[in-house]
Design a protein around this ligand. Structure first.
Ligand code: NDP
Ligand code: PYC
Length: 344
């Protein structure tokens, strides 16, 4: 088991060392060197930012997926320039992040030229946090970015009886005059599936109204949700409608599978959903000029003045600053296991 920082005996690992160790692990377990570098940076960044449901906790799932032959860690994404404002990428059963990396420069150029551009990734596996797909577009390029990805059927549509939707996250990033971009990244389910797994491992009950058991009865028992039960959408019919939208935009619009549309039963150990991802990038200069980032700063200040104690992304950036200063916190046993997997 690879778990995040445990209170008993923990260590602080420099971010670069963690990332390099993860890259070795990926490469040793079947990805190309280029894919290993991208996945390692993504996974180490999540751990650095305290996004523990998608940090090193995910390594065993990546490795069992690769071992099962379900995802291709050496896939070469195929980028197609399909229209002035539209790029399609066939990830060819590889991971979504290398597909995004292959199309990123073109996406930025098209957003700048047209004011808006669409990146439609299909036949891709996304097993990670979504904010890394949008935050750099705001931070490094000054673009507003929205990403949607669908996952695996584990969420019952509002009022329904059967799991159909994925946990289907939406991430948004906007440049902000006060420095860090304004970012949110949230599952459209009551909880991320990863957090249910972590609760099960730690022996914690789930909050009320998050999930149902295999008979459709409300339960707070994480194992009951994981073993034949389902999660509920967040916010009742409203979250359910957003999840439905994610299925349409991330799957139907890209040519990827719906969350209920793929069959991994022939690949025991497979954990990564084989679906699609949509990214929309907008150049705010076209309609608002430099004023956009200032208006964003104004809005953030107004929220603080209205008494909101914390803005989305703030906790993550706080954890990032701490990790970059003192090292990324990990349980000693986790770090030992990662080094073993890396062959060290
Ligand atoms: P959370 O509910 O933890 O957080 C959602 C957002 O709300 C974050 O931007 C967070 O900012 C912000 N936030 C949280 N608490 C507050 C608060 N009190 N005040 C203001 N803002 C707040 O995220 P989820 O559990 O829904 O998702 C966790 C991760 O799981 C995401 O990264 C998501 O992409 C990933 N995921 C990935 C899937 C996939 O298919 N690849 C599927 C489902 C989820 P902050 O980060 O600063 O806390
Ligand atoms: O935590 O819900 C989740 C999730 C699904 C796919 C990757 N993460």
């Amino acid at each position: 088991t690879v778990s995040s920082a445990a209170p008993e005996s923990s260590v602080r690992i420099p971010f670069g060392q963690l990332r390099d160790t993860l890259a070795l692990i990926f490469e040793r377990h079947g990805t190309s060197r280029a894919v290993a570098a991208i996945l390692a940076d993504n996974c180490a960044s999540a751990e650095r930012d305290g996004a523990s449901s998608h940090g090193v906790f995910r390594i065993p799932g990546y490795l069992s997926t690769l071992a099962s032959g379900w995802a291709d860690g050496r896939a070469q994404p195929q980028v197609q320039d399909v229209a002035p404002g539209c790029i399609a990428v066939d990830a060819r059963n590889g991971f979504a992040q290398p597909a995004l990396a292959a199309a990123r420069d073109l996406l930025v150029a098209k957003a700048r030229a047209n004011g808006i551009a669409l990146l439609a990734i299909r036949d891709s596996h996304h097993f990670a946090a979504l904010w890394p797909d949008v935050e750099p577009l705001a931070e490094q390029e000054g673009l507003v970015a929205l990403a949607l990805v669908n996952s695996m059927a584990c969420v019952v549509p509002h009022g329904g009886t059967q799991a159909l939707f994925g946990t289907n996250p939406i991430a948004f990033a906007a440049p902000c005059a006060d420095g860090a971009p304004l970012v949110f990244d949230l599952a459209t389910s009551s909880m991320a599936h990863g957090d249910v797994q972590i609760a099960a491992r730690e022996g914690r009950l789930l909050p009320e109204s998050c999930g149902v058991d295999a008979r459709g009865q409300p339960t707070r028992e994480p194992r009951a949700v994981l073993d034949g039960g389902s999660l509920l959408p967040f916010g009742g019919h409203k979250g359910s409608a957003l999840s439905m939208m994610v299925e349409l935009l991330a799957a139907a619009l890209t040519g990827g599978s719906f969350s209920f549309g793929f069959d991994w039963s022939g690949h025991p150990g497979a954990q990564t959903p084989r679906t699609g991802e949509l990214i929309i990038a907008i150049d705010p200069e076209k309609t608002a000029g430099q004023a956009f980032a200032q208006r964003c700063g104004e809005l953030v200040q107004a929220m603080a003045d209205a008494g909101q104690p914390r803005r989305p992304g703030q906790q993550r950036h706080h954890q990032r600053a701490d990790s970059l200063t003192r090292g990324v916190p990990l349980a000693q046993s986790t770090w030992n296991e990662l080094q073993r997997l890396a062959g060290g």
